[in-house]
Design a protein around this ligand. Structure first.
Ligand SMILES: C[S@@+](CC[C@H](N)C(=O)[O-])C[C@H]1O[C@@H](n2cnc3c(N)ncnc32)[C@H](O)[C@@H]1O
Length: 310
């Protein structure tokens, strides 16, 4: 089954979802994503009917509202997108800038969908005041309305009636998690964009995050975290401390788009950390440094199990 995506999103885990899902139980009461973004993991999980319920959270309020509307009223979201998309005279960038200005004034989630579909390389950017400031892609007009409609309806069919969507800080979400939950976290991590991470509306402090993970361990709540990684031998993001007693898996995520542009073969390696409670359940023990390649052909093959320099 082709996994639908509600919108393109910087840092989406769509390509890695199948590999990450291998480390989750076959049946779950509820999957919680405190940093949902485009909810790629929950959507892939729902396509395999693995969880009874989903909790999608993202502190970016218009983004969370957009997810909520896609899940509950996909037809009206698709209709609005179609009218906005058809409004744009071929290649007229002024239309995009007008929508962007309207969005920054109103925070209307439906305008955000158009911006996400139409912005350059699908990579959102926010300025220090939290205003969306990414430029339009001059070479393409964004997802065609028909394709968008198909994706939105498919996402809705997977998640409707079984999802809670909120726009809270991740720590509030973790505080409300229950022992039966499985929590998948994909927070923004530092290192690729300098001090302030313009890719997202908000970022998190490393020390706070480590404390939050320790508290989950203390409460026996099972979790996974996508955190640091490396690109062409260069690490980004700080690794999570040994004191958290996590299993650390490295996933080969393919060539970065930047490397492709430069004609280089730099490989992105992403870390996946698994809490002790979950690793024991899944039988992941001594192989703390298992390394997987996440490619379409080879999602199932562990490459090697020795430590890698990350
Ligand atoms: C790496 S993205 C998640 C991408 C997602 N896994 C996907 O597949 O699309 C991180 C997300 O965390 C959100 N975020 C940042 N700080 C947050 C916070 N303090 N609480 C909740 N969400 C936060 C950002 O808005 C962003 O959408």
């Amino acid at each position: 089954m082709k996994i639908p995506q509600p919108f393109q999103y910087q840092g989406s885990k769509r390509a890695l979802a199948a590999t990450i899902l291998r480390h989750l139980p076959s049946r779950m009461e509820r999957l919680v994503e405190p940093f949902a973004g485009s909810a790629a993991l929950s959507i892939a999980c729902a396509a395999e009917c693995r969880a009874s319920r989903y909790w999608l959270n993202d502190c970016n309020q218009p983004l969370a509202e957009l997810l909520q509307q896609i899940i509950n009223q996909p037809e009206s979201v698709a209709g609005f997108y179609q009218s906005l998309w058809r409004d744009q005279p071929d290649g007229a960038l002024a239309h995009y800038y007008q929508v962007r200005e309207d969005f920054n004034r109103t925070h209307d989630p439906l305008l955000l969908l158009y911006l996400l579909a139409r912005c350059v390389k699908g990579s959102v950017r926010y300025n220090a005041d939290g205003l969306f400031n990414q430029s339009p892609d001059k070479r393409r007009l964004g997802t065609r309305p028909q394709t968008m409609r198909g994706n939105l309806i498919a996402v809705s069919m997977l998640l409707r009636g079984r999802s809670l969507v909120t726009a809270r800080d991740y720590r509030e979400v973790l505080a409300d998690c229950q022992p039966a939950d499985i929590v998948y976290m994909d927070p923004p991590y530092q290192g690729v964009c300098g001090e302030r991470d313009a890719r997202y509306f908000s970022s998190i402090a490393y020390d706070d995050f480590v404390v939050a993970l320790a508290q989950l361990n203390d409460r026996g709540i099972r979790f996974l975290v996508s955190y640091d990684g490396c690109l062409g031998g260069q690490s980004y993001g700080k690794t999570l401390p040994d004191a958290l007693d996590l299993s650390h898996i490295k996933i080969e995520a393919g060539r970065s788009s930047q490397a492709t542009l430069l004609g280089r073969a730099d490989m992105t390696i992403e870390s996946l950390y698994i809490s002790r409670a979950l690793a024991d359940e899944a039988g992941i023990r001594a192989d703390k440094n298992t390394h997987y390649r996440a490619s379409r052909q080879d999602l199932q093959t562990p490459l090697f199990t020795s430590a890698l320099p990350v």
